[in-house]
Design a protein around this ligand. Structure first.
Ligand code: HEM
Length: 227
């Protein structure tokens, strides 16, 4: 038996555990009666937030590689992205089924009337082709276009942040109300976007290469005996 097939790296285990943790907590809170007084809203908010967090974590993989020359996160990007999509699907199903009982005309009217839902819907529709084409067969088939298509995620993430911000009461300019969390997500996404600008990416990469080559040299220096 090939044992390699069954061995997981710590990062792989962490990714899977973290991804499933939201469902585990939901089941636990449901079983112990600890969902909020508005359980449908609670389910919607928790699945939505987890989908966004997983999406942001999938965007973190490239900067981790650029900064620390750590290759493994690049291999976990697809899993994180697919988990993000899975939670987005659950989030949308809760909205369509539990909130609207699959009454499509009422649901469409609600979405069209609320810009924050329009933005969420656009983000969701754009996520679908990314999830479908995330597999190697599509990577081979689409060649250069695969990378171009998957760069759409850098448009989707700010859309989801906007959808989140818009669903909270408060004022983003004066930082009043419940806007701090969505704005923090927004800041993180903005940093990832800035790190993608080619000259900035090159500068960060060469700086980190220099820093990383200094590290072993320092540890090789002879001890002088002075404290
Ligand atoms: C058809 C598409 C979508 C619909 C109809 C929808 C619907 C909703 C609704 C109704 C809420 C408000 C819940 C409340 O506070 O009462 C919400 C919040 C949220 N949604 Fe969506 N959503 C959609 C797509 C997405 C996608 C694709 C994501 C993430 C990838 C997402 C992430 C979020 C987040 C983070 C929140 C805020 C959670 C919180 O308040 O803590 N949504 N969504």
């Amino acid at each position: 038996m090939d044992m390699k097939k069954f061995s997981f790296t710590p990062l792989q285990i962490a990714v899977h555990l973290y991804a499933w943790s939201a469902i585990a907590f939901l089941i636990f809170d449901f079983a112990t009666g600890n969902l909020s007084p508005n359980p449908i809203q609670d389910l919607e908010q928790r699945t939505g937030r987890h989908a966004l967090t997983l999406l942001v974590l999938s965007l973190l993989c490239t900067p981790l590689n650029t900064l620390f020359k750590w290759k493994e996160p690049l291999k976990r990007r697809r899993t994180l992205g697919l988990y993000a999509f899975m939670y987005a699907v659950i989030h949308v199903i809760i909205f369509a089924d539990l909130d609207f009982g699959l009454a499509w005309s009422g649901l469409m009217r609600e979405v069209i009337q609320k810009p924050r839902l329009v933005v969420g819907t656009i983000a969701f529709i754009l996520l679908i082709p990314l999830a479908i084409t995330s597999f190697d067969v599509w990577k081979k088939r689409l060649k250069k276009n695969w990378k171009r298509l998957h760069q759409v995620v850098y448009f989707i993430a700010p859309l989801v942040v906007l959808h989140y911000l818009w669903s909270k009461k408060g004022d983003a300019l004066s930082l009043q109300g419940e806007v701090l969390k969505p704005l923090t997500y927004g800041l993180v996404v903005a940093v990832f976007l800035i790190l993608r600008i080619p000259p900035i990416r090159r500068a960060v990469s060469s700086l980190s290469t220099r820093m990383l080559t200094l590290l072993p040299k320092r540890s090789q220096q002879p001890k002088t005996g002075t404290p």
